[in-house]
Design a protein around this ligand. Structure first.
Ligand code: C5P
Length: 221
């Protein structure tokens, strides 16, 4: 039986991967499936929380008992997260947000022209939503969690990122050839701004989600 330890709490979870359009039919995207974010949303709802799930291009079935806000781009995800965060006790940024977007959007499909080289794609920076939410807490005591995928020096890079983002917890995944996006399972270390380090053994994304909520619940005011 799940303890309703998040009853009366509002939590916001972002999931999936943003798509940055070049024209009406093309985009720059990433391989995030949204499965970890959905596992976080499901487990929080099972623990009694009111859940707002900001879903970026996931194509997964809607979890029951969760408010879903579909978004496409990083800019849309930012708007949705900031709005939902206004009365949230916790914000968990599991989405893979594009760091850059094409500077221009072509209203019509970009065409190849005979004998001409393609136009270069110029990129501009997207806002860092996790850093922004962490810096401007909508509520005192709001708990903010980020995710990071690292290929090497996982702990050292994770610590640096945690400090730079200013969040309370950073879930650091080691990604590599065998550990790919879209898998059913995950393995991670959860770093706390208070210096704590919680290793999470290889297992279902649900199990990692439960540990994240344990750590979040302990930090809630
Ligand atoms: O810097 P990096 O992309 O590795 O950080 C990953 C974390 O930051 C994730 O929690 C992701 O949701 C968040 N992020 C964000 N806005 C961005 C880029 C990443 O909120 N523009």
């Amino acid at each position: 039986v799940t303890e309703p330890d998040l009853k009366g709490r509002h939590v916001v979870v972002s999931a999936g991967g943003t798509r940055e359009p070049l024209d009406p039919v093309r985009f720059l995207g990433n391989r995030s499936s949204g499965k970890q974010g959905y596992a976080l949303a499901r487990t929080a709802a099972a623990r009694g929380a009111r859940v707002t799930l900001i879903a970026a291009n996931t194509g997964l079935p809607d979890p029951a008992g969760v408010d879903i806000v579909p978004v496409g781009t990083a800019v849309q995800l930012r708007e949705a997260v900031l709005k939902a965060a206004e009365d949230a006790d916790a914000v968990v940024m599991a989405a893979a947000v594009a760091d850059f977007r094409p500077e221009t959007y072509a209203a019509g499909k970009i065409k190849k022209k005979d004998g001409q080289d393609p136009e270069p794609i110029v990129l501009v920076r997207n806002p860092d939503i996790l850093a922004e939410v962490s810096a401007d807490r909508a509520r005192p005591g709001q708990v903010v969690v980020g995710f990071a995928a690292e290929t090497d020096d996982v702990l050292a890079n994770g610590r640096t990122k945690l400090a730079r983002k200013g969040c309370d917890l950073l879930v650091v995944n080691e990604v590599g050839e065998r550990k790919t996006f879209g898998a059913e399972e995950n393995e991670a270390v959860v770093l706390g701004a208070d210096g704590t380090e919680t290793p999470v053994p290889h297992g279902p994304k649900e199990a990692l989600a439960e540990i994240v909520w344990d750590l979040v619940a302990r930090r809630m005011k």
